[in-house]
Design a protein around this ligand. Structure first.
Ligand code: ADP
Ligand code: ADP
Length: 227
């Protein structure tokens, strides 16, 4: 089943002399449960693509459909709600809220969406993330690996259709990177969670079902490694 479709997506930054075509007429689709790695040189358009898939920026032209919804056809209020429910974002530098505890950071999307917290579900998630002993800590009291696990918790608490991650292991040492890769893979396998991950990390690319290489704003290669 198709969960995401990108149609002729382009993004141009700036105007005239300083114009940059960051994404140039890109189309592809992704099936539910697929684990896709996006690779490519710096400046090739990977982050631009991820931001457009995540509804955090607007395309110059083209469309993004998530579970059949034309995302950029929504108004800003609808888009904000759609994003919170259907898209989990994970960043290289975690983007946690420093004054909120681990538990508050994880449950923030539910709070913003006025949804009830299912305590049993939360307990299960916290156990999966191995954060049981850290629920009342603040982000700066945690190691990098722990902070990234909190951000993964925040990304999946609303059971989004898709998880988008931008270099999730980019700021971690080898041991913590390995744990994050295992965790992402486990979510993909056991929850059938669709995952799209920008990465320079060979280990992630090797775990993915499919590798899309971006060069100069275009898809240079799209290979299914695990059918
Ligand atoms: P990558 O993630 O592959 O490093 P990006 O998507 O960040 O690539 O960038 C693609 C191109 O778009 C680059 O040439 C970059 O300089 C340019 N770019 C990215 N964001 C902006 C922006 N906000 N304003 C102007 N140019 C940008
Ligand atoms: P890791 O071994 O996972 O790389 P660290 O060596 O950074 O992690 O931290 C070891 C333990 O000490 C972790 O469980 C972490 O939560 C805790 N810790 C690290 N920094 C702090 C801090 N500034 N305040 C409180 N606890 C910390």
């Amino acid at each position: 089943m198709e969960i995401l479709r990108v149609e002729r997506l382009s993004k141009v930054y700036g105007k005239g002399e300083s114009e940059v075509k960051a994404l140039d007429d890109v189309s592809f689709s992704i099936r539910k449960g697929e684990f896709v790695a996006i690779i490519g040189p710096s400046g090739s358009g990977k982050s631009t693509l991820l931001h457009l898939l995540g509804g955090v920026d607007h395309p110059t032209s083209g469309k993004v459909f998530i579970e059949g919804t034309d995302m950029y056809d929504l108004n800003e209020t609808q888009l904000a709600i759609f994003r919170r429910r259907q898209i989990g974002l994970i960043y290289q530098f975690y983007n946690l809220i420093p004054v909120l505890t681990v538990e508050e950071n994880i449950t923030l999307p539910l709070l913003l969406d006025k949804q009830k917290i299912d305590q049993k579900q939360l307990d299960g998630l916290v156990k999966t993330l191995n954060l049981q002993q850290r629920l009342n800590h603040l982000p700066n009291q945690l190691s990098g690996g722990q902070q990234q696990r909190v951000s993964i918790g925040r990304a999946i608490i609303s059971n989004p259709a898709i998880i988008l991650a931008d270099e999730p292991t980019g700021n971690l040492d080898s041991k913590n990177s390995g744990e994050i890769v295992e965790l992402l893979k486990m979510l993909n396998k056991t929850r059938h969670q669709t995952l799209i991950v920008i990465t320079h990390d060979e280990r992630i690319a090797l775990q993915a079902d499919r590798v899309i290489a971006i060069e100069d704003g275009k898809i240079a290669k799209d290979e299914v490694t695990r059918p």
